[in-house]
Design a protein around this ligand. Structure first.
Ligand code: IGP
Length: 271
């Protein structure tokens, strides 16, 4: 079997987690999580914005494996404020360093600079990381179905629920979507990026959105650039979006965010 990007990421992540546990025990992290800043309601914020407009999870992203450096003058606190001013419902902050040049401290800085709920964007394998997410202030975690087994996904989700956090479950294909459906979280992220080629295609959302059960909320992820694309996705009943690169490339992030959200397609039957 050929090694995928996710296999490589998993290998270094498991080493990182083992090293982190040497520095800080699970007990230490739990104590920090108990003293963390109070939870902000992530899913609620998204729903309330998506009702009439679009629910935007705006991503604080410095670099990526496919594009390299995206934002040289990177400033998590300033970007968080710009996203909030521009009308984002929530933030996503990459905390993975080897592939995305992210950092745990970026999440802490971004969240402290605004009042938006925050997703820890990372590759999660161990409940330790989930509790650590809360210790950093996170309000939501990501579970990537392509990188975990079913029992692992359940374990991560249960830990998040125990600590009061929301969960975004990410899928790329029909099989992953079927596996996601046995989990409890109502937030289903459809990632338009093909993890083998790194290319994005909104066809992924066009196809999978039809298969998502009515009681779940779809978040369309990756490769979104224009109001026109958002409006087209809205015709598929998708009103929530996770966007990083195209906003981070603008000098004026607040203005770019405002412009992207300016003219939402009106919901047909009161969504
Ligand atoms: O920068 P984009 O194309 O707007 O994509 C954002 C987000 O969807 C992407 O960063 C992402 C989606 N799922 C992930 C999982 C891990 C790391 C990153 C991601």
């Amino acid at each position: 079997m050929t090694e995928t990007i996710l296999d490589r990421i998993k290998a270094y992540k498991l080493e990182e987690i083992a090293a982190d546990k040497q520095v800080k025990t699970l007990g230490d992290v739990e104590a920090e999580a108990r003293n963390a800043p109070p939870l902000r309601q992530f899913a609620e914020a998204l729903y309330s914005e998506a009702r009439e407009g679009y629910g935007l999870i705006a991503e604080i992203k410095k670099a990526s494996p496919s594009k390299g450096m995206i934002r040289p003058d990177f400033n998590p606190a300033a970007h968080a404020q710009a996203y909030e001013q521009g009308g984002a419902a929530c933030l996503s902050v990459l905390t993975d360093t080897p592939s995305f040049q992210g950092a745990k401290s970026f999440l802490v800085e971004a969240r402290a600079a605004c009042s938006l709920p925050v997703l820890r964007k990372d590759f999660m394998y161990d409940p330790y990381q989930v509790i650590e997410a809360r210790a950093l202030g996170a309000d939501c975690i990501l579970i990537i179905m392509a990188s975990v087994s079913n029992p692992q996904a359940v374990e991560l989700e249960e830990t998040a629920i125990e600590w009061g956090m929301d969960v975004l479950i990410e899928v790329h294909d029909e099989a992953e979507l079927a596996r996601a459906s046995v989990l409890k979280s109502p937030l289903i992220g459809i990632n338009n990026r093909n993890l083998k080629t790194f290319e994005t295609s909104l066809d992924t959302t066009r196809t999978l959105s039809k298969l998502v059960p009515e009681d779940r909320t779809i978040v369309c992820e990756s490769g979104l650039n224009t109001p026109k694309e958002l409006a087209e996705m809205a015709r598929y009943g998708v009103r929530s979006f996770l966007i990083g690169e195209s906003l981070m490339r603008h000098d004026d992030v607040a203005a770019a965010t405002r412009a992207l959200l300016a003219n939402p397609l009106q919901p047909a039957g009161g969504m």
